[in-house]
Design a protein around this ligand. Sequence first.
Ligand code: SRM
Ligand code: SF4
Length: 564
Amino acid sequence: MAKKSPEQIKAESRGLRGSIAQELTNSDRFFTDEADKLLKFHGIYQQEDRDARKADRTQDHHSMMIRTKLPGGRLTPAQYIAHDEVASKYANGTLRITTRECFQFHGVLKGELRQTMREINEALVTSLGACGDIVRNVMACPAPTADPHRQAVQDYALRLSDALFPKTNAYHQIWLDGQPLIDDSEIDEPLYGRTYLPRKFKIGIAYAGDNCVDVYTHDIGLVALFAEDGALEGFNLLVGGGMGMTHNNDATYARLGDEIGFITPDQVLPVVAAIVTIHRDFGDRENRKHARLKYVLAERGADWFREELAARVGYAVAPLRPMPPFRVDDHLGWHEQGDGRWFLGLHVESGRIIDRGTYRLRSGIRAIVERFQLPVRLTAQQNILLTDIVADDRAALEALLDEYGIRRVENISAMRRAGLACVALPTCGLAITEAERVFPQVISEFEDALEEIGLGDADIAARMTGCPNGCARPYVAEIAFVGRSLDKYTVFLGGNPAGTRLAKPFIDLVPLAQLVPTLRPVLQSYRDDRDPGESFGDFVMRVGLDTLREQVPAEWRTLGAYGD
Ligand code: SRM
Ligand code: SF4
């Protein structure tokens, strides 16, 4: 029998049911391909531990990754503790903060999947729509604030999430009721329709001036603008950003969102919903590598898009308003919230909340959240903010950080703070190279090199991904290492610290061990020839990649797939 296309599987799924419930009751350790595709909409990825598979091909190594959906990255103390419990009981004992302010569990066995999902749900957290061809977790700047206007901006993450939530009751029936199956009645998805979206769809909300969510990289970016008295005026609307691409395929590319116009607060929900329908109706349903909204924008143009949007909402959006320049605030360290309380941003290397030797980050955060009952927020840089801390508790909290060996941000280099790495091996089925597991060492090498050449604690944003899909948004970093072939990376340079410019391919097929040594002469040039206050990314673009390429060994200079 011919394999069904993703579109056919969605169309025949009866509101994302397919055969998931039946397959849950069999003794197989894995789901069929069709069920696997639908599971993604429920926030579940079927994976195989690639280390284990390499070591022993005679055994089955399937397990599930579950991604919980946390609009604006927010969790109550009880929700955080529930996540921590699930990580111990059903997953691999770690919690993974994602680049979209969600949590992921890795290593959940199929036989325990339903119970795991129930326990997540009991904490009033869902995973429906965390993955799949649908609107994903809506991100917003997570920094707590007592300013009601800024809070209103953050609340849009929740409001948009609710408004764009799928209507199917399959999630409830499969995971929570646990009935064999179930209700085949026609499900009305007024927004999505029977085939949902052609591809994933992402929304990020930033405050003007703080680009901590990489607002130009989403399908829709909203930039909140405030009047002089602090009131929320509305949002500049950016559409058609995206990072994913494929090596050796020029038809795929990373793209920054187009600046479409300005919308008032009451226009946000209808405009965003209308844009989702534009993707639904115009996104490519034949070729998944060409299905994101960014290709509609790139091919039809921003003017066409404005007209199409106006036709759907009944008015034209106003012209873009001036914005102050962006910078990126990572929100780490101690900050006042404005209501007499404090929040503390803790650095989480590559987002992995884990206990390792005397560094007991997971136990420490759990102990702190439990003892002080602190709400938690996750950041787009894969870090965690402990919030609503009363001043009198600060000393006791600091003592707990010491007890659990948790480093303060003051003791972490600027480069490590700014770095991001995707999950990659061993769980990601698409990884070509390592990322999360090797990135800390790459940063250590940078720290040594910077020290040796006299650049000290230079603030350079580097990111690493195990393939070109771009999960750590590498193409807006000043330096990006993108998995290319076994243990070899394409190096991109020239994003800016504000995250508003795309980096360009610099050198190719560089082995992991050669990444930092190869870039050393470029860092030396930066030391010698930079203008006062000039960032590394700006320096690279001013001097030019061709000039800098002359400084690296000839063997890495051929850009092959990327042309030159
Ligand atoms: Fe991603 C696929 C992990 C953010 C672009 N991404 C995957 C999968 C599910 C692999 C798969 O399809 O089998 C990875 C699971 C790895 C694992 O073992 O956990 C994966 N993506 C992640 C996370 C966990 C990376 C991280 O280290 O934090 C992020 C989860 C975000 C979330 O909570 O929703 C994650 N992925 C991103 C981002 C960044 C963002 O959204 O801000 C991007 C680039 C932005 C974009 O979408 O353009 C991104 N992921 C992709 C793509 C390429 C999409 C494309 O348009 O080409 C894929 C592959 C695909 O969809 O076919 C992918
Ligand atoms: Fe996997 Fe590639 Fe995403 Fe990294 S960038 S998590 S390797 S899909």
